[in-house]
Each structure stands twice: as structure tokens, then as C-alpha cells.
Design a protein around this ligand. Sequence first.
Ligand code: GDP
Length: 299
Amino acid sequence: MFDALSDRLGGIFDGLTGRGALSEKDVNAALREIRVALLEADVALPVVKDFIDSVRTRAVGEEVVRSVKPGQQVVKIVYDGLVEMLGGTEAETGLRVDNPPATIMMAGLQGSGKTTTTAKIAKRLSEKQRKRVLLASLDVRRPAAMQQLAILADQCGENVSSLPIIEGQLPADIARRAVQAAKIGGYDVLILDTAGRTTIDEQMMSEAAEIASIAKPSETLLVADALTGQDAVETARRFHERLPLTGLVLTRMDGDGRGGAALSMRAVTGLPIKFLGVGEKLDGLDAFDAGRVAGRILG
Ligand code: GDP
């Protein structure tokens, strides 16, 4: 992810940092090139506009042209702008799972990596925070998905279990049963893996809204495939219209996408990115860190 963007920006900065003095015209020319690079990386147009405006304001305000190392100053301002666009560095990305049993509801389109991410989060909570976690699949239309979650739960170690599957139950009934089982079993966290579809439809949304009203999750996370670019951003926007999402997980960040979804998500939806999926294995989940991502983009 970000390789092409990183190369492009590197080229633009090389042209600036190798020089002693910069005129305002040089800075504006660089900003125009950065704008094109971001658009080519598939970053949403309004997000690019805001970014360039804020960088320009800072570049002019901080008198880049008169500083000793004007090129480095521009790089620093672009870095700060990227961090801001990605959601800042404040520690807002942790999961609120303090009151047991805390419920995390997972939402997203089919194939986005929702079930894998459910297991990854469970493994992480059990290993890093010593939580006991119960997983429940509500995907009654796809028995294979329910089986898949049970198999993944087994791979997460002894502190992660899955709710026994009872055929013929409706998603709302499974959600009630899961909440009960989490309470009785003394679990710290319950993660509900809701049904996905290939496209957003009304039935999926009303089912998800009903489950949220039953389970009262402390976190509702949308899982989106970063490789689908602006479609992922649009999906997140539409889910957020119907569900009180609390955060995002972007999967397939290990793939060679252009990165626009990752860069636009926060600004378009207002939601924090909490995790990045970086592989198929269960430990392929990184806590999101805006500074680290911005650093990777700028090399
Ligand atoms: P769901 O239909 O949304 O539940 O999707 P799955 O969890 O079944 O994932 C679909 C496919 O994507 C599986 O083959 C996963 O191994 C794969 N996958 C999920 N997350 C990632 C990721 O972050 N990186 C990569 N490379 N593959 C992933």
C-alpha cells in the first residue's frame, strides 16, 4: 500500500530539499504536484482540497521561503497534514471494553475480511489484555461462515471460545443467546460477527440495527477492504448513516492498493480508524497509528 504515492512524493520533495532557497512560486508548484499525486492515489477530491488548503496556509504562515531549510520545512508540514488527515496521534484508537461483558459488533460487506478480523481482535484482546472473549456468528444464511468463526476461535487459544451453533435460530435470537452466554460464562468481551452481503441492502441494515439495539455494543466496528478504494469509503459512509459506528478497520493493507481509501476514510466519515488488517494470519492486525502511516508514506 502507498508505494506509488510514496515514490511520487519522494520525487517532489527531492526537488525541494536539494535546494537552498525556495520562492512562494516553488512552494505552490510543489503543492500542485502533491495535489495530483494524492488524486492519483485515489484520495477523495474534497479531502485533497482541504489538505492542500491547510498545508498552503501553514507553509505560508510558517514562512517556509525564509527558513534555513525550506525543503525540510515543507516535508514536515506535509507530514503534519497527513497525520491530521488520518485522525491525529491522540490515543483514541483503543477499544472500549471495560465493563464486562462488553460487546463489540462487527459490520461490513461480505468478503471484506470481517470474520477474520473478528478472530484477530479476539486474539489480540486475549493476548495483550488477558481478556476472555466469546465469539458469535450471526450469519445464518451462510452456515460455512458460522463454521469458519468456530474454527478461527479454536486457533485463538484457550481464552477465546465460540458460541455453540444452534441451527434454525434467527440472528436476533442468537444475539440474545450470546449476551446471556457471555454473562453466565463470565466473559469480558463478546464479539458479534454480523451477516454481510455483497452489496448494501435494506434487510442487512435493519437486521444490523436490530442486533445493535439488542446487544447494545460499546464498540461497533465497520470492516472495509482498503483495496476497494473509494467504494470502501462510500460503504463506510452508508453504514454510518444507519448504524452508530464507533470505528473502522481497514483490511488488506498488505496489498498493493493505491491507499486512497485509507487516506480518505477518516475525513469523509469522521470515524477513527482503529486497526489495519495486514495479512491473512490471525496476528496480521496492527493498531492504527497515524504518525507511523504518515511516516511510511513519506519514507
Ligand atoms: P468476510 O466475508 O467479510 O467475513 O471475509 P473473511 O474474513 O472470510 O475474509 C475473506 C478473505 O480475505 C479470506 O481469505 C481472508 O484470509 C482474507 N483477509 C482478511 N483480512 C485480510 C488482510 O488484512 N490481508 C489479507 N491479505 N487478506 C485478508
